[in-house]
Structures are given as C-alpha cells and as structure tokens.
Design a protein around this ligand. Structure first.
Ligand SMILES: [Fe+2]
Length: 333
C-alpha cells in the first residue's frame, strides 16, 4: 500500500488560471450538463435526455456541478518526468492492491492521500455518466458502471500534463501540432476545463472547432471502447491539440485528466440495447455470451497497437478496427 502521510510535503507554487483568449476562434457548440441534479427524483432521466444529442453527434460534452472544486483541480498541478517534445506528463494508476507495484516518483509521496481521493472521485463521477449512457441505451442503469469498478484491475489513469510554449518557428516545423489527431481508446475521458485554447474536435464536415472553456466544468468525451459497446451510436470523435492563439502562446498549458478504461476482464461486446436493436445497429441475437469473449485488456492493448501502427489517426476514416470477432469503423461520423 502507498504511504499516506509525509511530515513535510514540499511547497508547490500556486497556479493562477490564465485568462480566456480574446481571439475570436471557431468554438464548438458543446452541451453543458449540470450533473448536481443526478440524485434528485427523475434527475437521471432528465440528464440522459439532455445528453442524448451530445453523444449521438460529437461525444464531447461538459459537466458542471461535479463536486470538484477549482482549487482541487487547479492549484496543485505537478510536473512529471516523462518528456515528449514540448509535453510532459505523468500517469497515475488506480490505487488498488493489484496495481500497488506500479512505479511512482517519490515526489508524489506527500500527496498520495489527496491524489487517491481525486482518483476515486473521478471514477465515481464517470460512473454517473455511465449510468446516463445506460439509460440512453435503455439498458439496466449499472450496465456500464459495473464494467468499470474502481476495485477491478484496468488501465485507467489519472494524468497530469503540461505543454510548454514553443516559438512560432519551432511550431511551424510541426504544422502547429501539439498533439496529433486521434480518438481516445478507453471508455470515457474526463478533462478538467482550462482556459488555454488548443483542443479541437473534428467536425462532420472535416473542419476543426475549438472546445470552449467552461467555468468549473469538466469536459467529457466518449472513447472508442464505448463506441464499440454501443455499436457506433455513442461517438468517439477525433480531436487534436494545436498551438494556442497569439494572446496565449507564451503560457504553459496544463492538463488534468482521468482516462477511464474498461475493466481488464469485462466483455467488450455490443450491448443488447433495445434502442440499438430498434435502430438496426445491434442484431437481436447479438450481445454478451454469444461469441468468443474479447476482454477489456485485449481490446485496449490491440487498440493502442493499432494507433501506434498508424501515423495520423485522421487518415483512418472509413477503415475498420478489428479485435477478436468484433469489428468497428474508425471515425464513424
Ligand atoms: Fe485524447
């Protein structure tokens, strides 16, 4: 077990949230869902209704009323050791006995109790979103959340990330790309909203729009596993990060994420959803237990390999990804 107490944690400098850009950018129109009503009578159903359009179109939406404070998400960002061009990031696995041997920099030791709490609450929040997905697909409410238990071994990770500013000349050499176009492999990504513009999603028409900052919000996006589970109904949209606009291009761009991935042992089969059956996206006899099982771990490993085998995920439109007896079109939009 990680040690929870250290007498003298090092003092971290306070991070000041940068101001939003004043540059007029092509912002994406994403739904903002106040999830604080989740436990009210009829709350989940109403939220599922609000969410349906977002997940059918881009799979990107923002949630507010999450219980996470700005201070928690903003003032203690830390830097890791894995250096990738102008990006540094550190991934932190779930705090469960099966993953206790995952290497962790000692820098984090004084903060482990706080980070564990953040990690557990992140998945608890994601569970609410999974419940809404299940309601949308007319499945038992715990259909997806039960496949993403905190106690189950999976490749979930909490990520702290920093993009360092680069000169115009350096960025020009990489076409202003800070993160190449891709979809997320897992089930759901939570990204704490921040003000430095740069994250863009690919539109149906093939253009790019910026994800707008949402005060106190968490940007959520559907990943490939969830797209798989829903036979393409829930959209995992291609996105990328580009050089920020001129009034923010000198700022260190911080990122805080929780990536939810399917439990290692769960079956990644299209869900036997009445909605998907009515839409003809899932056959009557399709679903768990009718063919060879593809596990979450097998799925994630194959998906990561597939990604690294292709230079730019933008080019995958119309191509299919296959794992076991399952197949899905990449970029189904
Ligand atoms: Fe991503």
């Amino acid at each position: 077990m990680p040690s929870l107490i250290s007498p003298e944690p090092s003092v971290l400098s306070t991070w000041k949230r940068p101001a939003p850009t004043k540059v007029d950018l092509p912002w994406a129109d994403i739904s903002v869902i106040d999830i604080s009503t989740f436990d009210e009578p009829g709350g989940k159903e109403k939220l599922a209704e609000q969410l349906q359009h977002a997940v059918e179109t881009t799979g990107f939406f923002s949630i507010t009323g999450t219980g996470f404070t700005d201070e928690e998400a903003g003032e203690k960002k830390v830097m890791g050791t894995e250096v990738l061009d102008n990006v540094e990031s550190v991934n932190i696995a779930k705090f469960i006995p099966e993953l206790a041997s995952e290497p962790r920099h000692e820098f984090f030791n004084p903060y482990l109790a706080e980070i564990e709490d953040f990690s557990r609450r992140s998945l608890a929040l994601a569970s609410k979103i999974f419940t809404l997905f299940a309601l949308i697909l007319e499945l038992p409410p715990d259909y997806f959340s039960s496949k993403h238990l905190y106690s189950s071994k999976s490749e979930d990770h909490l990520r702290y990330m920093i993009y360092r500013p680069r000169s115009i000349a350096q960025d020009a050499l990489v076409s202003n790309s800070w993160s190449r176009a891709h979809t997320d492999f897992g089930s759901l990504t939570l990204l704490w909203s921040q003000n430095v513009a740069g994250l863009q999603i690919k539109t149906k028409e093939g253009g790019w729009k910026y994800i707008p900052p949402v005060d106190g919000g968490i940007i959520c996006n559907v990943g490939d596993a969830m797209q798989f589970w829903s036979a393409g109904y829930l959209k995992s949209t291609t996105h990328r990060v580009t050089r920020p606009p001129a009034d923010q291009d000198h700022i260190h761009r911080l990122g805080l994420f929780y990536f939810v991935r399917p439990g290692d042992e769960v079956d990644i089969a299209p869900a036997p959803s009445p909605l998907l059956k009515r839409l003809g996206m899932v056959k009557e006899d399709e679903g768990e237990g009718v063919r060879e099982k593809v596990t979450g771990l097998q799925y994630v490993r194959e998906r990561v390999k597939n990604y690294h085998d292709h230079n730019n995920y933008e080019d995958r439109k119309g191509k299919t990804f296959k794992v076991g007896g399952l197949e899905i079109e990449d970029e189904a939009v």
